[in-house]
Design a protein around this ligand. Structure first.
Ligand code: SF4
Length: 447
């Protein structure tokens, strides 16, 4: 008898009511695997209708509904942010669940650890309606916080990969509305580095594995045949072993003239860049370049175990510019060169952040400011557990600026994110900024 499977992508609680997200590729890969096993798969996606068209404005269909408020930072001034339920309502899910054929097994996906609440609620609803049906949860959240995930009362908690699913193309046909305009593809897993804030080695392992190039090309051709040319390579450290793998993949893309617009949002390690790979990134259609700086503060670089010198960036930015990438005044997702900048780390100072921004602007690049969140299982999480103690995972969401304090305040961090991210400033621009905040005063004093 054909097994009936129900896959569920849970809703999220977020302080941005109009936030949009990427679709859950991991869950759709499990869908592909189970379909290959002969199961009938039904997919309930709470986030259907809310996926982003990367780099484009899009009509947002259903803004989040207010749920509660959570405290931001740990300064003496108490600041709260509203949180919203992002996705279809639980009442709708309950009704739909009663309409479908009773499943034999239920799989609930997850994303980042601070979005755990939706996972628990979905498990609770499923167990209430079908107490005898096994419910399994998997994804990043249970992999990084397994004990916390077990509190959901799911029957099974998958830690790490769902065996057999990782290398399959996601079963996109399970997405009912077909609203996606891009395809997410993952070619590489694992990273041999040990950056103190990063969970990739824990989630994917320290040994690098690659999908066969032929499989990736077949998946690209499948997407192109359905009219999708915007491809997002969602990779952790794509240039590891680039000569043996990624360069060869780019060669095939160029040779086949697939005419893709490729985005690699996680960016590149500047130490692994070389002229030939830049040329091939350009020829294969990579639309913008992100480089992982995080901070130009040597103390932080040391703490991260990265030891990236600005001279690496100077060298590679020059090479990218020679190949036609450059810096617009604001982000255009076309030809830009971005440098990622982490803000709101424990013990990070305002001066350290602003000096990093100045360094990025001097390099002629756009800073992409990323508020920091401590990820369970990372070295930073362990080293700063005394600051985390007593707070649940959702209270560590980056939008709540969990480590803001009286020296580096929530207001400072929000001003930096709202006013300086994805924008280029010259010395003249900085001098012309109004003197109306601590951030601009310190910034002016530093130039
Ligand atoms: S930040 Fe990048 S280089 Fe560092 S461990 Fe994570 S994936 Fe590897």
């Amino acid at each position: 008898m054909t097994k009936e499977i129900l896959l569920i992508n849970p809703p999220l609680l977020d302080s941005r009511p109009n936030a949009n997200f990427d679709y859950n590729t991991g869950l759709l890969k499990i869908g592909a695997f189970l379909k290959n096993q002969g199961c009938r798969v039904c997919f309930f996606d709470f986030l259907e209708g809310m996926y982003k068209y990367i780099g484009e404005d899009h009509p947002y269909k259903e803004p989040g509904r207010y749920v509660d408020k959570k405290r931001c930072g740990m300064g003496s001034k108490k600041i709260f942010k509203k949180r919203y339920h992002i996705g279809k309502p639980y009442s709708f899910f309950n009704t739909e669940l009663k309409k479908i054929k009773k499943p034999d097994e239920i799989y609930v996906g997850s994303s980042l650890t601070f979005y755990w609440e939706g996972v628990h609620k979905v498990v609770e609803i499923c167990k209430k309606l079908y107490p005898d049906i096994p419910v399994t949860i998997g994804g990043i959240y249970p992999t990084l916080a397994p004990e916390h995930a077990k509190r959901s009362k799911a029957d099974n908690v998958i830690i790490g990969q769902f065996k057999g699913a990782s290398d399959l193309p996601p079963a996109m046909e399970l997405m009912k509305e077909r609203e996606y305009k891009y395809a997410i593809i993952k070619t590489t897993r694992g990273c041999c580095n040990n950056c103190s804030y990063c969970a990739v080695p824990k989630v994917e392992g320290k040994i690098i594995t690659h999908r066969p190039i032929g499989d990736v090309i077949a998946e690209l051709q499948l997407r192109v045949s359905s009219g999708i040319r915007k491809i997002v390579f969602w990779e952790s450290n794509i240039l590891q072993d680039a000569k043996q793998y990624f360069e060869k993949l780019l060669d095939r893309i160029i040779e086949l003239e697939l005419d893709l617009s490729i985005q690699i949002p996680e960016g590149f390690d500047p130490r692994l860049i070389y002229p030939e790979i830049i040329r091939k990134l350009r020829l294969s259609g990579v639309s913008y370049i992100g480089l992982a700086l995080e901070s130009s503060d040597s103390n932080l670089q040391h703490r991260f175990h990265k030891k990236l010198k600005l001279s690496y960036f100077e060298k590679v930015v020059k090479l990218f510019k020679e190949e036609g990438y450059f810096c617009h005044k604001t982000m255009r997702y076309e030809n830009d060169i971005w440098l990622f900048v982490l803000i709101g780390l424990p013990e990070q100072s305002l001066k350290s952040i602003l000096l990093t921004l100045i360094d990025v602007w001097k390099l002629g690049c756009l800073p992409v400011v990323l508020p920091y969140t401590p990820i369970p299982g990372t070295e930073e999480y362990v080293n700063y557990r005394h600051l985390i103690k007593g707070r649940d995972l959702e209270e560590l969401a980056p939008s709540l600026m969990p480590f803001a304090n009286d020296e580096l305040t929530v207001e400072d961090l929000e001003e930096i994110q709202n006013n300086f991210s994805k924008r280029h400033f010259t010395v003249k621009d900085i001098k012309n900024l109004p003197n109306n905040s601590r951030v601009t005063k310190v910034l002016k004093a530093l130039i």
